[in-house]
Write a protein of this length. Structure first.
Length: 1001
């Protein structure tokens, strides 16, 4: 038996440089994303957006470590086993299938060795002799169930068999995510095969940790260390550690470092540590609760307890001088049909707010109209309507340049309430209660009530406590005293409310219990609990009254349900009683192996620690303003943090954050990646993820890595597609995963010399992948789809380019950092364009190639796009993502060509759906495709084919002769593609094709 020889794989290519099942990983990544709050690390703080899916990280790290052998197919198979993504694994991933469905789907000669039945109808001998698949039509009353006590190991192969024939996505849809299955069950059976495959290298492993350690020794001489200098929410280091790598994580932002620490030390804690954390959480939460209860500020005289305090702003109407509550809607809760009634108080020129439940449907409907919309204060008094723009109330006016100023008072450092004469005041207008008897029950009795004098007394009591303590609290770091620096997200807080310190975002009650909580924290894991609680407690928490599905009267949203700091006219304040559950909320637990985990809070360019592999997801272009948003938390956490957080700089260091896409961004990125390149061995690997937007982003990113001393080796595209109500239409995201190695030599070249080499490399790469596809097709599978091929095309071109340090006499760093001038194309732009061109030329749809191999070359981007997508539609695929990618590749605007833009039901327009104007303008104008589509329309309108063909000839004039064969190929092609889904149009296309063929020219 061979033993491990350290460094024997030192220079061996990694699996991910050659193959990567990007489609399957995309399906798994999307499933993970769809789990929403069920994602493992989200539990530490849903306010951190954009965590990378763990399954994707796992695939990348494994793909970087595994070697390629002389059998790529077998390598891929083993990789899938290690990911729990092979066919057999699905049997162990607990597919949601009824036993009756299984019986109908599997072939089994001896079903009663596995299943039992209840039969009251059929001949017992017939049933005894039955074989599966069960014909449910013949035996509808036969009840089948698993044999009692049947070992799971016996069920798994049958479950896997039952899933055969389904697409990968369908299987993923029916099964659990690999991380949800006990590793012993999911991976237990794979090790013999893995060891047999890698045995020649001396590998003998019975867990991922063992395997990873051994692969590390083969490649680097030790357990591999994975680094991430933009660690954010910690997905990359967490998953790498879970796989068994040593990890190094760093980020500029202390909140990111804290969350990454939480991933290792809370999610990854062992049971004993977890018990300790839970105990500490409960002790703090209970101690705060006792103090609150003693003050009796969340209870009424009956002993009922508050579930939510509802506040609104109030302002004086300039027209009437009345004080008007600013309520976007007067509906309070829909289940108990509760509304707020405004009762005029003429004496005091204000409205009493009466909370009424059990109103009629009509009254509820009527109450949807509040007193404010985004632009106007709009209310009725004594039968007359008054409407004043908010900007008039605020006194908005232009100051210098684009800036506006207004009459809002700037709040002072220790303010926590508006002044009596402020333009916007705050008012408690309703309280949502739970009865004393049902406080502890799962089904609580709740009610809404108007605010009473007694309630107001309690409000004042809290305000007095805060007023007399806030300065001391600020000095002691128990409450923020940090100014709100202006920025893309934060200037709004000045402009819309006059808030200038972060404490202004919190009500008196919140300041009170948060200060109490913070004063009791000494354990770092409770800092994470506090941040979670903060996300649920401020004046930026919306009250959503429409949670009928959850049978909940109201939901108070988190601050960062999106990625903005939005001011509100009405907001909900949770009492401690309701904030408490967030504080003590349980999270998942995953054991992390005994690996070394190190976290630094530093800018990426200051890296000092070595890693063998860097996997990063850098900040770029349109990404989230982490540096601004996190100041919301930093303002609370920055003073006296518990160890080890006291080692970090509790400041967002905005000036050092890499952001935007201009020169500073590029310089920041080059410096960061140069530091990483200098801190990895010569055989180290880097994997960078970024959103696939357009060739411009590609060119910028590649220029950066190139200048940082890296060379492209491959690229994959992972789709993560989700709909979001916050964005119109489909919100589609795809991630490019770019693999890079250190460039060890210097060389110079000329652009003209590069182009033929690039053509060759792109062609060779795509053809190699197509060959692998052909091989896999014998098992009815496609390894690579068109997006993969395209990505690989880009990567191949860039692989050639990034070998050089000088092009046309210009040094790469100069090239990379030159600012992008409007209308100008850089060398990298030109290369990416060229690569895309070469790749697209090779991506000719098979059927069109068979009809006329020259047509593809003759037609324009929009025509290629349409024909290519028609072929994809024929396979039943309907993902908007595909259309978006191809539109980028073919440089077309795809929206005008689409009948549906739904993320998972996207569809091209057929001939019928195009308006005449759409065929004669835009990209389609003057193309053969538009001629063809118009002709099909005419035939659908029963025009004589002869006349229609005559029109085409007239229109194409003397180019007709040269183009007719392509037109014919396209017509026959579309006829084939549409056959089935658009039969009428397919038939007309065929008529045109046949007519051209039979013209007898
Ligand atoms: C796209 S996020 C990373 C998300 C992370 N992969 C995850 O799964 O949560 C980018 C990160 O870069 C950090 N960052 C921005 N500028 C930085 C700099 N100069 N040095 C180090 N980190 C920086 C941000 O704080 C942010 O956490």
């Amino acid at each position: 038996m061979p033993t491990l020889t350290p460094l024997s794989l030192k220079d061996a290519p990694s699996l991910i440089e050659r193959v990567f099942p990007a489609q399957k990983i995309s399906a798994e990544a999307q499933k993970e994303r769809k789990a929403g709050a069920g994602q493992t690390l989200t539990a530490l703080g849903s306010y951190w957006k954009g965590r990378k899916p763990l399954i994707m990280v796992r695939a990348i790290v494994l793909g970087c470590l595994l070697p390629v052998t002389d059998d790529l197919e077998a390598d891929l198979h083993i990789f899938e086993k290690l990911m729990g993504m092979d066919d057999e694994a699905f049997g162990r991933r607990e597919p949601k299938l009824k036993v009756s469905e299984i019986a109908e789907r599997i072939t089994l000669a001896n079903p009663w060795d596995y299943f039992d039945y209840t039969n009251k109808v059929y001949d017992p001998d017939d049933i005894e002799a039955l074989q599966f698949p069960l014909d449910a039509g013949q035996y509808p009353k036969l009840k089948v169930r698993w044999q009692r006590g049947l070992a799971d190991e016996k069920k798994y192969p049958l479950l896997a068999q039952a899933l055969e024939g389904l697409s990968y996505e369908e299987k993923v849809g029916l099964c659990r995510r690999p991380e949800e299955i006990d590793p012993a069950v999911l991976y237990g059976p794979i090790w013999d095969e893995v060891n047999a495959h890698l045995g020649a290298l001396g590998v003998e492993a019975y867990s991922h940790e063992e395997l990873v350690e051994q692969l590390g020794i083969l490649r680097y001489g030790h357990r591999p260390r994975v680094g991430d200098t933009f660690c954010g929410g910690g997905s990359i280091p967490f998953e790498a550690a879970r796989l068994g790598c040593d990890v190094y994580a760093s980020d500029l932002n202390p909140v990111a470092c804290m969350l990454t620490w939480g991933a290792f030390n809370i999610i990854g804690a062992n049971s004993e540590q977890r018990a300790k954390i839970e105990k500490a959480q409960n002790e703090v939460a209970e101690a705060v609760d006792q103090e609150i209860t003693k003050l009796s500020i969340e209870h009424n005289e009956r002993g009922d307890r508050v579930k939510a305090f509802l506040y609104c702003l109030e302002t004086r109407c300039p027209e009437t001088g009345w004080l008007v509550p600013m309520l976007p809607s007067r509906v309070v809760g829909t289940l108990q049909r509760t509304i707020a009634k405004l009762v005029p108080n003429h004496e005091e020129k204000r409205f009493e707010i009466e909370i009424v439940s059990g109103v009629s449907k009509e009254e509820l409907e009527e109450a949807k109209a509040g007193t404010i919309d985004d632009i106007y204060l709009n209310y009725e008094l004594d039968g007359k309507s008054y409407k004043t723009p908010i900007r008039t109330i605020r006194g908005d006016r232009k100051s210098s340049g684009e800036n506006t100023e207004n009459n809002l008072r700037s709040w002072r450092k220790s303010d926590f309430l508006p002044d009596k004469d402020d333009i916007f005041r705050e008012r408690l207008y309703c309280i949502y209660w739970v009865t004393r008897e049902t406080v502890e029950e799962a089904r609580q009795d709740t009610y809404f009530a108007s605010v009473t004098e007694a309630d107001l007394d309690k409000e004042h009591k809290v305000e007095e406590i805060v007023a007399s303590n806030i300065q001391a609290w600020q000095e002691d770091g128990l409450v923020p005293d940090m100014p709100i620096e202006g920025g893309a997200e934060t200037t709004r807080l000045h402009r819309e409310r006059g808030w200038h310190y972060w404490n202004h975002l919190f009500s008196a009650r919140q300041l009170h219990y948060l200060a109490l909580t913070k004063s009791k924290i000494s354990d770092p894991s409770l800092y994470i609990s506090l941040a979670k609680t903060l996300n649920r407690t401020s004046k930026l928490c919306t009250v959503d009254p429409r949670n009928e599905a959850a049978k909940r009267e109201i939901t108070i949203q988190g601050v960062f349900y999106n990625q903005a700091l939005n001011t509100l006219y009405t907001y909900g304040v949770r009492p401690w009683f309701m904030a408490h559950p967030q504080f003590v909320e349980d999270t998942k637990q995953f054991r992390i192996a005994e690996v070394d985990t190190k976290i630094d809070c530093i800018p990426a360019n200051k890296l000092e620690k070595e890693s063998d592999i860097f996997v990063t997801d850098p900040p770029y272009a349109d990404a989230i303003n982490y540096h601004e948003i996190t100041e919301y938390f930093i303002s609370w956490l920055r003073k006296n943090p518990p160890a080890p957080f006291d080692q970090w700089t509790w400041d967002s260091r905005r000036a050092l954050a890499i952001k935007g896409d201009g020169k500073d961004f590029k310089q920041g990125m080059v410096d960061a990646y140069r530091a990483m390149t200098h801190h990895m061995p010569d055989n180290g690997l880097q994997c960078v993820m970024f959103t696939h937007q357009d060739t411009g982003v590609w060119a910028d990113m590649v220029s950066i890595f190139w200048a940082a001393g890296l060379q492209v080796v491959s690229a994959w595209y992972i789709a993560t597609e989700t709909t979001s109500e916050l964005k119109q239409g489909g919100y589609v995201q795809g991630t490019v995963t770019l693999l890079l190695r250190k460039r060890l030599d210097t060389a110079s070249t000329f652009k003209q010399r590069l182009l033929p080499k690039i053509r060759q490399e792109v062609q060779a790469q795509i053809e190699a992948m197509l060959n692998l596809n052909d091989a896999a097709q014998t098992h009815g599978e496609t390894v690579f789809n068109d997006s993969d091929l395209q990505m690989a095309g880009y990567a191949a071109a860039l692989k050639v380019l990034t070998r050089y340090t000088e092009v046309d006499g210009r040094d790469v760093t100069t090239l990379a950092l030159q600012p992008r001038q409007k209308g100008e194309t850089t060398v990298v732009d030109a290369i990416v364009e060229y690569a895309s061109e070469v790749a697209n030329n090779l991506l000719i749809p098979d059927r069109l190639k068979a009809l006329n191999p020259d047509t593809w070359r003759e037609i324009s981007g929009v025509e290629r796009f349409y024909l290519r997508m028609a072929a994809i539609e024929k396979t039943g695929a309907a993902k908007l993502d595909n259309y978006q990618n191809f539109s980028k590749a073919f440089h077309v605007e795809y929206q005008p060509l689409m009948a549906s833009l739904k993320p998972n039901q996207a569809r091209l327009k057929g001939a019928k759906q195009f308006k005449p104007r759409e065929l004669t303008s835009g990209d389609l104008a003057g193309t053969l495709l538009s001629e063809l589509l118009m002709a099909i329309q005419e035939l659908l309108n029963d025009k004589d084919p002869k006349v229609v063909l005559g029109q085409i000839r007239t229109s194409l004039d003397d180019t007709y002769f040269q183009k007719r064969l392509h037109l014919m190929a396209m017509a026959h092609y579309l006829s084939d593609m549409w056959d089935g889904a658009r039969p009428e149009e397919a038939q007309k296309a065929e008529i045109i094709g046949d007519r051209i063929r039979n013209e007898g020219i």
